[in-house]
Design a protein around this ligand. Structure first.
Ligand code: C2E
Ligand code: SIN
Ligand code: SIN
Ligand code: FE
Ligand code: FE
Length: 407
């Protein structure tokens, strides 16, 4: 009798925990942060060593997130989340099978698959990394309308003594339940990013330089540099991840104000003269105006980044303070200085310039990396915050993985 009631309350505790986590998931905005949280919590439920998530994109499975407690340093930036691996949705692979059929797969030993299965285990990741996959639970991520948005794979469940074991029935139940709730958060995260990309599409119709991939890159660079900078400052990983969530989205919107700039200037196939450049500078203020009545943390940060991403550490940036006269904004000579500029804007400034120099523009060719990195070093302490430049160089491998992912 005792036994039964204790099992019962244990499972109720676990259920309550799952519900609490899904509540927290719904507070997150950015799809990458949502996937990170989903994997972390699913792995905790199973005490699992590793996990990954694939999302359906254009009728294929696109690798989107990975965690592995043996291969990746906990809490550090991870370049592998920007891998561009895609897998066809068919029954040849384990994740493909799950996405194709909508079935959950429980595998006790990846290297001893039952011959009745149509798929084979792809051991190339294990071979490359030295990791040893054993037990696998693969769950399709379905919306309430039964549309499959992706597949979650949890690897190497452990018992309380840390011994790898098959996924037991209880853990299977919790993970399935959790996955069914997680899909909603994923859908919402995808929608948020799509709305932003649609805003940028409108801007792109105006300015062919401001492409979707440019904003994705600047968003991801800014979020990852922030992650490294904040670790260097001793901030807690939970706080970092929460802030990172809104930073990526806000940084994607840094140049939305360019929609307010006339075509003749925006698309001028050559150098701007001084008068034209002064008008161009107003894109910071136009962006700020879009978020003028900000109340949410996301809107307030978007407002700051749009306004301040061209300020410089040495005070020689723009717009500084400004006033309106005859319907036009006038910027003051002096820009904001040093820590008067919020950290997210200091970081976005570097991310934006790094990306602009590495891209072809109507007025300039693409620069080689050596020249770009040289300029960034020279501008350390001038245009850019020295601590931000240091964080940037610490994660240069992540920066390059992002550039490859969104090229
Ligand atoms: P953008 O093209 O996205 O460039 C962002 C920032 O990257 C620039 O801010 C600048 O700090 C840096 N950058 C870009 N290209 C170069 C370069 O060739 N040399 C150097 N040293 N830095 C570079 P900035 O200057 O405030 O410009 C803001 C925006 O104004 C640019 O965004 C671009 O849309 C426009 N713009 C600036 N100069 C020109 C120009 O001569 N011709 C045209 N058509 N547009 C320009
Ligand atoms: C991790 O390796 O823990 C993930 C890092 C991230 O949030 O990007
Ligand atoms: C430009 O190239 O248009 C401006 C250069 C700079 O801000 O460093
Ligand atoms: Fe800008
Ligand atoms: Fe830009």
């Amino acid at each position: 009798m005792n036994n039964v009631s204790s099992t019962h309350s244990k499972s109720r505790d676990a259920l309550e925990k799952v519900l609490k986590i899904t509540g927290e998931l719904n507070k997150l905005n950015d799809i990458d942060t949502i996937l990170d949280k989903i994997l972390e919590e699913a792995r905790k439920l199973a005490r699992a060593e590793a996990g990954s998530i694939f999302l359906v994109e254009k009728n294929k499975l696109k690798f989107r997130y990975v965690q592995n407690e043996l291969l990746y340093q906990k809490d550090s930036n991870n370049k592998d989340i920007y891998s561009d691996l895609t897998i066809p949705i068919n029954t040849d692979s384990i994740v493909g099978y799950s996405a194709k059929t909508g079935k959950t797969l429980i595998i006790d030993d990846a290297y001893n698959l039952d011959d009745s299965h149509p798929f084979t285990f792809n051991s190339s990741f294990d071979k490359k990394s030295g990791f040893r996959t054993c037990s696998i639970m693969t769950v399709p991520l379905k919306t309430h309308q039964n549309r499959i948005v992706g597949v979650m794979q949890i690897i190497n469940s452990k018992n309380p003594d840390g011994i790898i074991m098959p996924f037991n029935q209880e853990i299977q139940n919790y993970i399935s339940f959790f996955a069914s709730h997680a899909s909603l958060a994923i859908e919402r995260g995808i929608m948020t990013r799509e709305i932003i990309l649609r805003m940028m599409k409108m801007a792109e119709l105006r300015d062919p330089n401001e492409t979707g991939t440019h904003v994705q890159r600047v968003g991801a660079y800014t979020a990852e540099i922030y992650h490294r900078w904040a670790l260097n400052k001793g901030k807690k990983i939970e706080e970092i991840k929460k802030r990172k969530d809104i930073i990526r989205l806000s940084a994607m919107l840094h140049d939305v104000g360019k929609v307010g700039i006339a075509d003749a200037i925006l698309k001028k196939p050559g150098r701007l003269n001084e008068q034209e450049y002064n008008i161009m500078k107003q894109h910071t203020i136009f962006g700020w105006q879009l978020f003028e009545n900000a109340t949410s943390e996301l809107d307030m940060l978007s407002r700051d980044i749009a306004l301040l991403h061209h300020e410089k550490w040495n005070g020689k940036g723009y717009p500084g303070s400004f006033h309106k006269e005859n319907g036009l904004f006038h910027c003051m000579e002096k820009g904001k200085l040093g820590e008067e500029i919020p950290i997210e804007a200091r970081i976005c400034a570097l991310a934006d310039v790094f990306d602009a120099l590495g891209s072809k523009r109507v007025y300039k060719e693409k620069w080689p990396d050596s020249k770009i990195l040289k300029i960034i070093k020279e501008e350390r302490g001038n245009h850019f915050d020295p601590d931000v430049v240091d964080a940037f160089f610490q994660i240069l491998d992540v920066i390059k993985a992002i550039r490859k992912r969104y090229n």
